[in-house]
Structures are given as C-alpha cells and as structure tokens.
Design a protein around this ligand. Structure first.
Ligand code: UDP
Length: 238
C-alpha cells in the first residue's frame, strides 16, 4: 500500500524516547541520534515542526496522584518540556541545523515566545521549529499541543514517534494475538479507546483532517523510512 506524500510535518516526540535505555531524564546519545534523523529529514526537503513531551522528567498527573497540586504540577511538566526542547535544539545546532525554540510559556532569556506568524517565517527560511511548554495550559498534554500546533501551522500530517510500531487492536504486551492496523479511522480510535493519543488530540486532528502517523522512533533510521512512506507504522485518518 502506498502512503500519501507529506511536505510539512509535525513530529511529536514523547519525553520517554529521550531517556534512551535509562529510566529518567535526558540521554545525550539518544538525543543526538534523534536530532541526526530530524536534521536528515530537513535536508531531504521536509518542513519540520517538533513538539516535545516532558514525561521523562515530570508528569503532572502522576505528581498530583501523590498529593501535588495539579495545576502547579502541570506547570512543572510544561517546564520539563522546555528542557527537552533545549536539548534537541542544542543537538541540532551542533550538527549545523538552524533551529528555533518557541515556548507557549514566555521565557524571554531562554527562547522565543510562541508566535504563529514568526514560526511560519522560520519554516519558510528552512529552520526547524521546536514548540515547547505544550499548550501553555494545565490539564492538557503535549499530544494535544502537537495536534493544536499541527493545525495552526497547516501541517500535512502529525508523526507521533513513540516506543511502539503502530496502533494495535489490543495491548500487544497483554494480548498475544493483537494485530497492528495499517490504517485506522479517527472514529474507531475514539470508539474503541485505542491507545494512540488522548481523545482531545484525536478529535482536533479529526476536525482538521490531519492524519496521524504512529511509528517507533526508538528504531534507528525509522523516521526517514516512515517519511518516505515505507517502514512499519499505522496511519490514523478519516
Ligand atoms: N502539560 C500541561 N499542559 C500541556 C502540555 C503538558 O500541563 O499543554 C504537562 C502535564 O503535566 C504533562 C507534562 O506537562 O504530564 C509532560 O507532558 P506529557 O505528559 O504530554 O509528555 P510526554 O508523555 O509526551 O512525554
């Protein structure tokens, strides 16, 4: 099956893929490897927006379950995504790629604030734009931020780089004969509660007709393959 060609993409990196083999934090070698793949995609002609998660450092919901105030915890989670964004930017720039980090929570001495028109200009100039601090609002996730930025930046597709190679009809860790979808509709994902992204992110992509390509970014070289329409992945679409 041939997959559609995309030009401008939003890559969502969950925080946990930056941990490498570790259990917490940022593994510089893994960040370099992923940055190398992002840079290669840019050089291959893709326009790239990146949204980074923060789960490798701090998750608001998990902290709230242990007694933290949820709102404060979510702000901490958003700050964690800024650290990850700076790590990815640093790796990309060491490799000679022009990048900008834009944060949904303004922090002028660290990075630019999120300004859509400016981000658009960066993309036109061939820069890779990394969006940090999620949506800037507590009670959201960086998946929803990814869907939101993909819609705002008119991205052709949202590529969700995770630790699994697509979307399954059941949890493959628990169900031996779980099968992977090649394509699956937004409606089925929502109705069957399939684990792709949270419901608000799926609904945003559905409303704006942005396909979601779910693939394993822990596998070296996989980003180039899925961008070329090859490799193992699931496309969530209308
Ligand atoms: N977060 C938030 N609002 C947002 C995005 C993120 O409050 O718009 C917080 C939330 O606490 C979340 C944390 O930031 O747990 C890290 O983001 P996420 O869990 O989405 O990261 P990922 O799972 O992709 O690593």
């Amino acid at each position: 099956m041939t997959r559609p060609a995309f030009k401008r993409i939003l890559l969502k990196l969950s925080g946990e893929v930056l941990m490498g083999q570790g259990q917490f934090g940022i593994d510089p070698e893994t960040v370099d490897r992923i940055a190398g793949e992002i840079g290669a995609a840019r050089q291959a002609g893709f326009e790239l927006c990146v949204v980074v998660g923060g789960g490798n450092i701090f998750r608001g919901l998990a902290a709230a379950a242990k007694g933290f105030d949820r709102t404060s915890a979510d702000y901490m989670g958003m700050l964690a995504t800024v650290m990850n964004a700076l790590a990815v930017q640093n790796a990309l720039e060491r490799m000679g790629h022009d990048t900008r980090v834009q944060s949904a929570i303004p922090m002028a001495s660290v990075c630019e604030p999120y300004i859509r028109r400016r981000a658009e200009r960066h993309l036109e100039k061939g820069r890779i734009v990394i969006f940090a601090a999620g949506t800037g609002n507590p009670f959201f996730t960086t998946d929803t931020a990814a869907a939101l930025r993909a819609a705002e930046m008119n991205c052709d597709a949202l590529f969700k780089g995770t630790s699994v190679d697509g979307v399954y009809n059941a949890d493959p860790k628990k169900v031996a004969d779980a099968t992977r979808y090649e394509t699956v509709t937004f409606d089925r994902v929502l109705n069957d509660h399939l684990k792709v992204m949270d419901a608000s992110a799926i609904a945003l992509c559905r409303e704006n007709n942005i396909p979601i390509v779910v693939f394993n970014i822990r596998e070296t070289g996989n980003l180039a393959k899925v961008l070329a329409g090859e490799g193992t992945a699931t496309i969530v679409q209308a």
